[in-house]
Design a protein around this ligand. Structure first.
Ligand code: C2E
Ligand code: MG
Ligand code: MG
Ligand code: MG
Length: 291
């Protein structure tokens, strides 16, 4: 907090004051520069997508991939989406960036199918700001039309908070997307604040158990109870349940024993390039012991 830092700096003398303001100015300049860079990143072709396989618990086969954005910054190197997505949301730049992601993912999935790979879903993360755009549905429709991807192979990952921001309006958009044949899922499930009575109205096909709960398996009794409860809840509501952030065989065994439908995580594969992804989808992952 700037005021507190200044008060502290003043109290401890002039040199410190300069030190604190210099550090603060540096941080602010940094953020401004990053924001400025973000403005041109799409046009300069600095973004690319990586894809992380989602594996069916029963067959070990890849049923889908999640598209995750990467920014190759000319000076800084790879910048994490956890750093620049919030900036993109603040500035509204998430709208053109998000449309680029959506279109790239649709074209990529269609290209995989044209290359003769078995068909699977591509999941795209959607920001609240994007979802609220007046032209959002048109953007999805155009991405599907232009790429020629069958809508059932596109999945949009929404968050509880995005939906609960304006439940009735979100439900309208979700129903439109569902009618178009697009699949919807809830990302980071269990961390938001949607009520069960709202959840039952969501026209979705999948819940993604947040990786925070998966991380606690098998040591944390609460996390295990929550993961188990999400799986039962999902199944009662006729939804598929996928766990993200699965890193260990113990986590896999627990999720398998509790009927989780799909697995995504470093245990099977980190997010990879389209070419690497094409080889992974032909593989069969060892989901059961003795496989
Ligand atoms: P998310 O959608 O929940 O994506 C899952 C994140 O977990 C990804 O981080 C992924 O690389 C990471 N991950 C996957 N498996 C494991 C694992 O086994 N262990 C651990 N520790 N992590 C794992 P990433 O790619 O850094 O993305 C972070 C977040 O940034 C995403 O969380 C999503 O909220 C956002 N994001 C990424 N790409 C996009 C995008 O194209 N659009 C929007 N709006 N948001 C995006
Ligand atoms: Mg996601
Ligand atoms: Mg997530
Ligand atoms: Mg997320």
């Amino acid at each position: 907090n700037a005021d507190a830092a200044m008060a502290l700096a003043k109290a401890s003398g002039r040199n410190n004051f300069q030190f604190y303001t210099a550090a603060m100015n540096g941080a602010i300049r940094d953020k401004l520069a990053l924001r400025e860079g973000l403005r041109h990143a799409v046009a300069r072709g600095e973004f690319h997508l990586v894809y992380q396989p989602q594996v069916a618990m029963t067959s070990g086969q890849v049923t889908g991939v999640e598209a995750l954005i990467r920014w190759q910054h000319p000076e800084r190197g790879l910048v994490s989406p956890t750093e620049f997505i919030p900036l993109a949301e603040e500035t509204g730049l998430i709208v053109p960036i998000g449309e680029w992601v959506l279109r790239t993912a649709c074209f990529q999935n269609r290209a995989w199918q044209d290359a003769g790979l078995p068909a699977f879903n591509v999941a795209v993360n959607v920001s609240a700001r994007q979802f609220r755009e007046r032209t959002w549905i048109e953007q999805v429709d155009r991405a599907l039309d232009d790429s020629g991807l069958d809508p059932r192979f596109l999945e949009l990952e929404l968050t509880e908070s995005l939906i609960m921001e304006d439940l009735e309006k979100a439900l309208l958009s979700m129903r439109t997307l569902q009618a178009m044949g697009v699949q919807l899922s809830i990302d980071d499930f269990g961390t938001g604040y949607s009520s069960l009575s709202a959840l039952k109205r969501f026209p979705i096909s999948r819940l993604k158990i947040d990786q925070g709960f998966v991380r606690g398996i098998p040591g944390d009794e609460e996390d295990k109870a929550i993961a188990k409860a999400i799986i039962s809840l999902g199944h009662e509501l006729d939804l598929k349940v996928i766990a993200e952030g699965v890193e260990t065989l113990q986590q896999l065994a627990f999720l398998r024993a509790n009927g989780c439908d799909e697995i995504q995580g470093y245990l099977f594969s980190p997010p990879v390039t389209p070419a690497e992804c094409a080889t992974l989808v032909n593989a069969r992952f060892a989901v059961a012991q003795g496989d």
